[in-house]
Ligand binder design. Structure first.
Ligand SMILES: NC(=O)c1ccc[n+]([C@@H]2O[C@H](COP(=O)([O-])OP(=O)(O)OC[C@H]3O[C@@H](n4cnc5c(N)ncnc54)[C@H](O)[C@@H]3O)[C@@H](O)[C@H]2O)c1
Length: 257
């Protein structure tokens, strides 16, 4: 019996990267999954697919309507979608600020708004939100993206405390660097990708970049009954990055022996 046996799950932003890996793992664990995304998944996963812009209220309400009509319930809502935006504040574009907030924050609010009434009626459900280690600490390179990821954790914690008495849980994951199309697109294209990946790795105590499946397994844990007493928390999945204050390669003491 899988960790999510017969659970009805929706993965918003599940067409590729971390979302796709999570949708696939949820299915392996027995869930009935709907992937909702603006892109079609690049492979046939066996999940249902619903195309939408998740920052559009009408489209999100339609998704919830469809899932609830088809399955009569919603057990797991995984809000994974997000876009990256890198610009120092003086150089940043206010229209990009609105776009990032619309896609990274408003969409998570809209899906929560659309599915919460069903979870409240059932008196059960688990929501997992995608934050980032940029949603825990400040970073100089992408302050707008970071603000959006801090907002996601605020939304998640508010839902967690508001509906815990009804058996509804909400948590977030905060990955560090994960090897996905988004990460690769965010690297400056003037430089060699391997060099940039190497520079990122130097900041990580586990000394490697995560694979999407390593985030997916934490999301599935949070979504499942194995995490029945975990709510309102942000779980870093970052190879130890947020555990200390120095770059990862500075913790090595083997040169002292
Ligand atoms: N890759 C990393 O290093 C990393 C680190 C920390 C957090 N994250 C977060 O993880 C999440 C997934 O990132 P990823 O690296 O897998 O990125 P990705 O770009 O590969 O996947 C994002 C998915 O969201 C979908 N999406 C974007 N806008 C949408 C919209 N308006 N409506 C519906 N779907 C939309 C995309 O089509 C895509 O399938 C994001 O929220 C990202 O901020 C990623």
């Amino acid at each position: 019996m899988g960790k999510l046996q017969d659970k009805v799950a929706v993965v918003v932003g599940g067409a590729r990267g971390i979302g796709l890996a999570t949708a696939k793992l949820m299915m392996l664990e027995g869930a009935v999954v709907t992937i909702a995304d603006i892109l079609e998944p690049g492979e046939d996963t066996g999940a249902s697919f619903h195309g939408l812009d998740a920052s559009d209220v009408g489209a999100v309400d339609e998704l919830a309507d469809l899932v609830l009509r088809q399955h009569g319930r919603i057990d797991v809502l995984y809000n994974n979608l997000g876009i990256h935006y890198s610009a120092q504040i003086p150089d940043s574009d206010p229209e990009e600020f609105d776009r990032v907030m619309r896609i990274n924050v408003k969409s998570h609010y809209l899906t929560s708004r659309a599915f919460l009434p069903a979870m409240i009626g059932q008196e059960s459900g688990s929501m997992v939100f995608m934050s980032s280690h940029g949603g825990i600490a400040g970073r100089p390179t992408d302050p707008v993206y970071n603000a959006s990821k801090h907002a996601v954790t605020g939304l998640m914690r508010s839902i967690a405390v508001a509906y815990a008495h009804l058996g509804i849980r909400a948590n977030a994951v905060a990955p560090g660097a994960v090897d996905t199309p988004m990460l690769r697109a965010a690297l400056p294209n003037s430089q060699n990708v391997d060099d940039l990946m190497g520079a990122l790795t130097a900041n990580i105590p586990l000394a490697r970049i995560a694979q999407p499946e390593e985030v997916a397994s934490v999301v599935v844990f949070l979504a499942s009954e194995e995490a029945s007493y975990v709510t309102g928390h942000v779980i870093p999945v970052d190879g130890g990055r947020m555990a200390g204050v120095m770059p990862g390669n500075r913790y090595r003491t083997d040169h002292l022996n």
